[in-house]
Ligand binder design. Structure first.
Ligand SMILES: Nc1ncnc2c1ncn2[C@@H]1O[C@H](COP(=O)(O)OP(=O)(O)OP(=O)(O)O)[C@@H](O)[C@H]1O
Ligand SMILES: C[C@H](N)[C@H](N)CCCCCC(=O)O
Ligand SMILES: [Mg+2]
Length: 237
């Protein structure tokens, strides 16, 4: 069973969008894919349970018959930093609970487990005796290979390099990176920025995903994006 952790330079960089494209690309190769979005913030009540849009999208694309609750066990209503949402509800997010929930996903007969982060790499989950705890600690403890999504906009070079530095400091392997135009295709010198990232990150490039016009349906955008994913980069897993 291969595992992937999808992180990004920031929230709204396209982690869910690219995750769905990766899943579709792997499904083309008849793979079974389970998914995990351990923590979400920004949910609606559906039939009495908190449902997050990312969890719904991952549920729609994955093919291991998981429940929404298995995919996304820790969910908060407010679209804010999850540890703050937890505090305001009088609870705490713990590494142990994330690890416990992940055990259930690992029982699935899947070729791949794709895990989507929340926010960026160093997402705080809480503080213990003055020390921060981060979602990246879970990734390191499970030794999940990381895919870094870079949202191509001014400032992304610094964000991408800091993120990779921190991934390496965690002792975690970064499998490759994906450039994603999540907002539009109008970044000045887009090509030169991609070249700079290739030179500076020194990571396999798994895809360049352009901005897909908002007139297309989400399904159609994902279909087109999935054709751009170079899944041969997963062969080393
Ligand atoms: N290449 C793209 N073309 C068009 N729209 C995109 C593209 N990438 C992302 N988007 C859109 O940008 C928005 C943010 O993307 P997404 O929700 O995947 O970000 P995220 O990193 O998963 O955010 P979060 O931290 O909340 O999980 C979504 O509306 C998504 O459909
Ligand atoms: C609500 C949003 N869409 C994300 N799911 C949560 C982003 C948390 C970011 C925390 C931070 O690094 O400041
Ligand atoms: Mg997301």
């Amino acid at each position: 069973m291969k595992k992937l952790f999808v992180t990004a330079t920031d929230t709204d960089a396209g982690k869910t969008f690219v995750s769905c494209a990766i899943i579709e690309s792997l499904k083309q190769q008849s793979k079974q894919i389970a998914v995990f979005k351990p923590i979400s913030a920004g949910c609606d009540f559906v039939d009495g349970i908190l449902v997050n849009e990312d969890a719904k999208l991952l549920h729609e694309h994955a093919n291991c018959q998981q429940s929404i609750n298995e995919i996304n066990p820790i969910a908060f209503k407010q679209p804010i930093a999850p540890h703050i949402a937890a505090q305001s509800e009088g609870c705490q997010i713990t590494l142990e609970s994330i690890t416990d929930h992940f055990q259930q996903v690992k029982q699935r007969a899947a070729d791949y487990i794709l895990v989507e982060g929340a926010g960026g790499w160093r997402l705080p989950i809480g503080f213990k005796n003055g020390d921060g705890q981060f979602l990246s600690d879970f990734v390191a403890s499970e030794a999940l290979p990381v895919i870094l999504i870079v949202n191509m906009k001014l400032g992304c070079l610094n964000h991408a390099l800091l993120t990779l530095q921190s991934i390496k400091q965690s002792g975690t392997d970064c499998l490759g990176w994906i450039s994603n135009c999540a907002v539009d295709d109008t970044m000045d010198n887009l090509e030169e920025n991609i070249e700079a990232l290739q030179a500076l990150l020194q990571l396999p490039m798994i895809a360049h995903i352009p901005y897909f016009d908002s007139k297309l349906s989400y399904k159609e955008k994902i279909k087109q994006a999935s054709a751009l994913i170079d899944t041969t980069k997963f062969n080393t897993l």
